[in-house]
Design a protein around this ligand. Structure first.
Ligand code: DUC
Ligand code: ZN
Ligand code: ZN
Ligand code: ZN
Length: 483
């Protein structure tokens, strides 16, 4: 059985051209004029683009005394509805739990996925078992390790642990990821705010100013450089962090920054809404910032100093958010975005002239496929690539609303936003999962995407040579000990 996407304009990260796309056995088998197939999808007036890849989701994650409410079923259904065809979720060992043990839990949860997925492994504590199991995790096709520099007392790792883990990543050809916020300072600021009677959701933003993110980003970059390893900084939300990434890249370091669609399009005024629920629903870390920071993130995408737009999709219901009434530190951190990332970025990025359609494909799909070393199986419209495709109608509009979303939660942080640019079709390995607004995914269709270490990137990284080859100084005489 063959499927042909006809009469569309193919848009990749570097090319725009007119051709039909033929699919067989889940793969793209031919690209050219006047192709015929058993099933025909009309793409007139549409762009045919690689499906989105969201490299940052937390589906059914145990966190802050509860579980995030979208699981691999509703989460990947939401992804497909919005044109995203692959997610990368974080396997999160609880303190002292082995990595392989945690991986088993994520293997079980992900059997429900409607689209392909991969994992990052979180390093939430350090010891010989973690050191050893990192190798087995890499052998299983998971070559990215996430480190929380915040969440003191639970997920946070200290600098000695970061350095040890980064060195281990270097040995294994793996890439470390960091959630870069200074967890010690956040803990101090939070305690002081609470003591002064600042208990509402706005205090969450006060407790995590841009400086805590800028400091941690700089620190992680320097530690990565000393370990001789590249670095991926998740949810870059402010100029201070962007500046550190930009400087590192100018120095030849392999450092990537990942702004979220939420930070690009929503600002800190959300926390000053007089409706407690409204503000709490938007509590995430890092928090939303002001317009100057947003401008910095957009500039980073335009100039190439920031590489990927993600969501950090971590959805909690209003009921869950209310665990934090009277104490903002107990509001589960996280917002959704899986279904809305592409339409929001198209509307606020492409339709405003900030991004070209090719740049849109680069930051939503191709760049991360290259960083994660699954390109061109993913992130490409190319013969031999997986047929993970979105047929994008740039004229189609809707108003975002919780009432019509796929996510399991009862609100949407983008509620009321008008978007122009939506999928006409979404295909996951050749299977049509979305057609003209109708979502008809298949539970369990999604497969795990194993990734090999990215040998090329991992060879050209550090500016710090001395540490890797220390030489003792030859001396003619050594004085007698003064003791
Ligand atoms: N930030 C969030 O807001 N939620 C999940 C984890 C994180 O780092
Ligand atoms: Zn994070
Ligand atoms: Zn509201
Ligand atoms: Zn996250």
């Amino acid at each position: 059985m063959t499927t042909v996407i006809k009469n569309g304009t193919i848009v990749t990260a570097d090319l725009t051209y007119t051709a039909d796309v033929k699919i067989e056995g889940g793969k793209i088998v031919e690209i050219g004029p006047d192709l015929a197939g058993d099933e025909v999808l009309d793409a007139s007036g549409c762009y045919v683009m690689p499906g989105g890849i969201d490299p940052h989701t937390h589906l059914e994650m145990p966190f802050m005394g509860t579980y995030s409410s979208d699981d691999f079923e509703s989460g990947t259904r939401a992804a497909l509805a919005g044109g995203t065809t692959m997610v990368v979720d974080f396997a999160l060992p609880s303190p002292q739990q082995g990595l392989l043990d945690a991986l088993k839990m994520w293997d079980n949860k992900s059997t429900r996925a409607h689209c392909d997925y991969s994992f990052h492994m979180a390093i939430t504590w350090w010891g010989e078992q973690v050191f050893n199991e990192m190798k087995e995790v890499v052998d299983r096709g998971i070559t990215t390790f996430k480190h929380f520099m915040a969440y003191k007392g639970s997920l946070m790792v200290n600098d000695d642990e970061l350095y040890a883990s980064f060195q281990r990543c270097a040995e294994l050809g793996a890439i470390p990821l960091v959630h870069a916020e200074n967890g010690d300072v956040v803990a101090e600021l939070s305690a002081r705010l609470l003591a002064d009677g600042n208990t509402g959701p706005e205090a969450h933003a006060y407790s995590r100013p841009p400086q805590v993110e800028g400091e941690a980003t700089n620190r992680a970059i320097m530690i990565a450089d000393m370990a001789g390893v590249p670095l991926y900084v998740v949810h870059t939300s402010c100029e201070e962090s962007h500046e550190a990434i930009r400087r590192a890249r100018m120095q030849g370091k392999r450092v990537w920054g990942e702004p979220l669609i939420q930070h690009l399009t929503l600002d800190e005024s959300e926390y000053f809404n007089t409706d407690w629920d409204h503000a709490a629903r938007r509590v995430m870390s890092p928090p939303f910032r002001n317009k100057q920071h947003q401008d910095s993130l957009w500039a980073g995408l335009q100039s190439g100093s920031l590489s990927v737009v993600a969501t950090d999709h971590c959805a909690f219901t209003t009921e869950q958010k209310r665990y934090g009434v009277g104490d903002f530190t107990k509001i589960p951190n996280g917002t959704g975005g899986l279904e809305d990332r592409l339409p929001m970025l198209w509307t606020y990025g492409v339709n405003t002239g900030r991004l070209t359609p090719n740049e849109f494909v680069a930051v939503t799909s191709t760049n991360i496929a290259k960083i994660l070393n699954c390109y061109p199986t993913k992130g490409a419209i190319m013969v031999g690539a997986d047929a993970d495709i979105v047929v994008w109608d740039p004229e189609k509009t809707k108003t975002i609303s919780a009432g019509s979303q796929q996510s399991a939660i009862d609100y949407n942080v983008f509620e009321g936003k008008e978007v122009t640019g939506l999928p006409r079709y979404t295909l996951t390995r050749g299977r049509v999962a979305v057609a003209d607004g109708e979502v008809k995914p298949k539970e369990g269709h999604g497969e795990f995407v194993a990734r090999a270490p990215n040998g090329t990137v991992n060879k050209a990284l550090s500016t710090w040579k001395e540490l890797t080859a220390p030489r003792p100084v030859e001396r003619s005489g050594i004085p007698a000990s003064g003791v």
